[in-house]
Design a protein around this ligand. Sequence first.
Ligand SMILES: Cc1cc2nc3c(=O)[nH]c(=O)nc-3n(C[C@H](O)[C@H](O)[C@H](O)COP(=O)(O)OP(=O)(O)OC[C@H]3O[C@@H](n4cnc5c(N)ncnc54)[C@H](O)[C@@H]3O)c2cc1C
Length: 600
Amino acid sequence: MLDKTPNKKLSDLLDQFGAALAAGDIDKAVDCFQDDCYWRDLVAFTWNIKTMEGRDQVRDMLASQLAKTKPSNWAIADGEDASENGGVLEGWIRFETAVARGFGHIRLKDGKIWTLLTTMVELKGHEEPAGFARPLGAKHGHGKNRPTWKEEREKEAAELGFKTQPHTLIIGGGQGGIALGARLRQLGVPTIIVEKNERAGDSWRKRYKSLCLHDPVWYDHLPYIDFPSNWPVFSPKDKIGDWLEMYTKVMELNYWSSTEARSASYDDTKKEWTVVVRRDGKDITLRPKQLVLATGMSSKANMPAFKGMDSFKGDQHHSSKHPGPDAYAGKKAVVIGSNNSAHDIAAALWEAGADVTMVQRSTTHISRSDTLMEIGLGSLYSEKAVQSGITTAKADLIFASLPYKILHEFQIPAYAEMKKRDAAFYKGLEKAGFMLDWGDDDSGLFMKYLRRGSGYYIDVGASELIIDGSIKLKGGVEVKEIREHSILFSDGSELPADLIVYATGYGSMNGWAADLISREVADTVGKCWGLGSNTTKDPGPWEGELRNMWKPTQQEALWFHGGNLHQSRHYSQFLSLQLKARHEGIPTPVYGLQQVHHKG
Ligand SMILES: Cc1cc2nc3c(=O)[nH]c(=O)nc-3n(C[C@H](O)[C@H](O)[C@H](O)COP(=O)(O)OP(=O)(O)OC[C@H]3O[C@@H](n4cnc5c(N)ncnc54)[C@H](O)[C@@H]3O)c2cc1C
C-alpha cells in the first residue's frame, strides 16, 4: 500500500467495498471497516438519520437494509482528490442506491474505514429542476388566453387548502418552516406553511430589540439563496426578518401568515391528518398526509412558577416576551438566568440606563465571540474557509461526517486553546463572582447546544459589564419568593425590582405536540433534541443522534424540524427527501426507528 497515492488507496477500498455490497457479502463489507468505526447515514440507506457505531451495528444495518438499498457505483467524487494526513486518509465519495444518488465522506485508518458519511442527494427521476433542467419561465409560442406566471401562482394559492389538499403541512413559518418549504417546493410536493404571526420573519422581529445573530453569516445561509458577500457578519434580527420575508416570496412558498394551527389528529385508517387552522378569524380544516412541527426549539417558553409572582407590582415577563430596554431607564431590573438571552437583555438594559442585576443560579459556559469564530468555526465557516474552497455545502458535510459519539474529542482541544487564549478574561469573570463551566467534559459550547440546547453565552460585550461591576451579579442562590416590589432569595437577601425578566430558557418541542395533538402523542414521540450523553440535562441512554429531529418518529407521519440556521439549511434537505419519497409512494423502509426513553 505504501507506494500508492491517496486516490489509488481510496479507490481500491471503494472498489472492494462496492463489490462486497453488490454481491450481498455482508462479512466482506464489514471487513472493510476498522473495529472502532462509525457509519453515519443521512437517509440513503436507513431512511432515517442514524449512526452505526462499531462493526456489529454496521452488520446489523446492512443485514436489514442492503437488499432493499442496492447500492452501486462507489467512486471518488468528480473533481475531488483524497488526501492523507497524520495517518488518516480522507476523501469525498459518490454512490447510488436503487432509488437515489448519494454523496459522502470517508476517513480511512490503516486502509480500513474509520468514519463513513452517506447522504441522499436526490431521488432518481425526481431531481430538482435546476441547472440544465431549470424551468424556462417564459412560454414561447402562442395561444389564446394563456395564463401568465402570476395568474398561475394566484390560482394555485387560491386552490391549495380549499379545492386541493397539501401533501405536507408545516406548522410554524420561522426559518425552519421556510427552509423546508422551499425545498419541498423545488421537489414538487404540495405544501402549506401556517404561521400565526402577521409576516414571515416576525419570529425574529419580535425578539428583544438588541438581538443580532450570534453565529456568523457563513453559517447562516438558507438553501438556494446565499446571503450576498456584503451581508454583515452578525445579522441584526430585523434584517434577518426581512430576508426571510423576501425569501418566502421569491421562493414561491404557500405561506399562510396570520394563521394559527389550533388542533391536529391523525386518522390511522385514512393515513391522513385533520388539522384545524384559524386564518384571519375563520376556521379552515386541512387534510395533509404529513405533518411537520417547525414551531421552534427556542420558542416554547419555560416560565418558572415562583411563590408570590402574582403579587408583583412591576413588569415581569419571559425573555421571549421582553420588549427591549426603552421603558426601563432609571429602573431596577433583575434578569433571572445567565445564558445568551440573559446577557443580551442585561447589557441592553444597562445601556438604556437601568440598574441591572443578573441572577446566576448555576454555572454557565462563556465563549468570546471573536475567539469562537476563529478557533471554533473558522476552519469551516469563515471568509478564509470560503477562500480556501470550503463552500458552505462542504462545511456542512465535513461537520456532519464527525460522529456525535466522538465529536467532543474534536471539541475539547479547541476549547482548551480558547481557555488559554482568553485566560485573563475568564479570571476577571471569576473574580466578579461569575460561575463558569466548560461543559461536563470540557467540550464547550457546541456540545452543550447539542446535548441540552442551553447553558452558554457567546460574549459580545456583556461579560465586560459583569467584570467591571456595571451589571451586578447575584450568584449561587435560588429565588424563594417574589414580593410586591422585590425578590427574596434562598440566602435571606432581598433585591428591589421594577422589572423581572425570566431568561429561563425553553422546553422540548414535543410540548408543541401536546398542545396541538394530545399529551398521549407527545409522550409517544418523547423528548426532542439531546444525544443521551448522560451529561447535565441530557440523560442517557446514548441515542447517537438528536432525538426526533428531521427523522421518523414513533407517531406515523409526524415530524419535527428546527434548530439553528445551519441545521435548518442542512437537515431540511434530508427531511424534504423523506417527505418527497412518501409523496411519490417510493418505499421508505426505516431502519432503527428511535426508541423513546424520556417523555419530555
Ligand atoms: C434569543 C435567541 C437568539 C438566537 N440566536 C441564534 C443565532 O444567532 N443563530 C442561529 O442560527 N440561531 C439562533 N437562535 C436559535 C434559532 O435559530 C432560532 O430560535 C430560530 O428562530 C429558530 O427557527 P425556527 O423556525 O425553528 O423557530 P421559530 O423562529 O421559533 O419559528 C417558529 C414559528 O412557529 C410559529 N408557531 C408556533 N405555534 C404555532 C401555531 N400553533 N400555529 C402557527 N404558527 C405557530 C411561531 O409564531 C414562530 O414564528 C436563537 C434563538 C434565540 C431565542
